[in-house]
Design a protein around this ligand. Structure first.
Ligand SMILES: [Zn+2]
Length: 311
């Protein structure tokens, strides 16, 4: 994913190449991100495509903000960071209501009537639900909020320093929320949230369109126990030492579906049952990445896509 512009191949052309056993066409088309999370485009062969973006709206807005930083649009970056934070608060409110088995219709009606048009009310709901769920208050920095208010409400021209200071603050808040969620809320609830938003996006598809989904958030959701991390390191080491044996066994693991690789005490590569996706005792969030690193990743990905654009 690369922010404002979505780069994608035509999936119908891609499939045709596979059918004909020839090398697939990896050319990318350039399309603008949409509010609904669905992108419609037609390829040079006239195939109609609909791409469903799997990311949550706050992740998309965060990518827009990072793209703004890369392109030196500092005022716009602050706008997008502020919106990413607000949408992340909304994500949390909805997730907590799903976790409490609140009926969708009740939730949607209340959101529309009371919260949708007031970010202050949303903020209030967020802080209170966070307090109730985790028995501690969410951090709040008045100084950083002033940067946002001066740019958005007073028309201040943002400097690079202001945009990075505010961006780091928002990114940290988002990581704090993602960490609280991934370490404490069952993955089934998160899955429910994703399928609910995908249902909304699917309702936008037209009957003659070839549908594909696109994922790849800038935010990592990886959570792992110390043992899992140790297992990953052992596997990485094994794959470097014996790449052929490793790939043979990896194919086997994929074939079984519910099996994963492990290295036993004798240093042999073995298959074990895949651990359950539910909350694991001692699992910690491992996805924090600095703003600088995200900017680097973004720039590399965008350059790679741009090199393959179909003109
Ligand atoms: Zn096509």
């Amino acid at each position: 994913m690369v922010g404002r512009v979505v780069y994608s191949p035509c999936m119908k052309c891609f499939d045709k190449y596979i059918e004909n056993n020839s090398f697939p066409d990896f050319s990318f088309y350039e399309n603008l991100m949409s509010e609904s999370g669905v992108i419609h485009f037609e390829c040079k062969m006239g195939h109609k495509n609909a791409i469903l973006i799997q990311e949550k709206s706050f992740e998309i807005l965060l990518e827009l903000a990072i793209e703004n930083l890369v392109d030196k649009y500092y005022r716009e970056a602050i706008f997008n960071f502020a919106s990413a934070q607000e949408r992340c608060f909304e994500f949390f409110i909805e997730l907590i209501s799903l976790d409490n088995d609140v009926n969708d219709e009740f939730y949607e009606n209340m959101w529309k009537r009371i919260f949708k048009s007031s970010s202050e009310r949303q903020l209030g709901a967020f802080y209170f639900l966070y307090l109730m769920r985790f028995k501690k208050s969410f951090s709040y920095d008045d100084k950083k909020t002033r940067i946002r208010n001066n740019v958005i409400h007073r028309g201040n021209i943002a400097t690079k320093e202001m945009a990075f200071e505010y961006g780091e603050y928002v990114l940290n808040n988002i990581y704090d929320i993602v960490q609280s969620v991934t370490e404490n809320i069952n993955i089934d609830v998160l899955d429910k949230f994703v399928s609910k938003s995908m249902m909304k996006r699917k309702s936008e598809i037209k009957t003659d369109e070839f549908v594909s989904t696109m994922s790849g958030s800038i935010i990592s959701w990886q959570v792992a126990t110390d043992e899992e991390l140790e297992r990953e390191n052992k596997l990485l080491e094994y794959s470097r030492k014996k790449p052929d044996e490793y790939s043979k066994m990896a194919n086997k693991a994929n074939g079984f579906g519910n099996k994963v690789l492990d290295v036993n005490n004798e240093g042999e590569l073995i298959l074990i049952d895949a651990p359950s996706n539910n909350l694991k005792k001692g699992a910690k969030y491992r996805g924090r990445t600095s703003l600088g690193e995200l900017i680097n990743n973004f720039t590399k990905m965008r350059d790679a896509y741009k090199a393959n654009i179909k003109r």
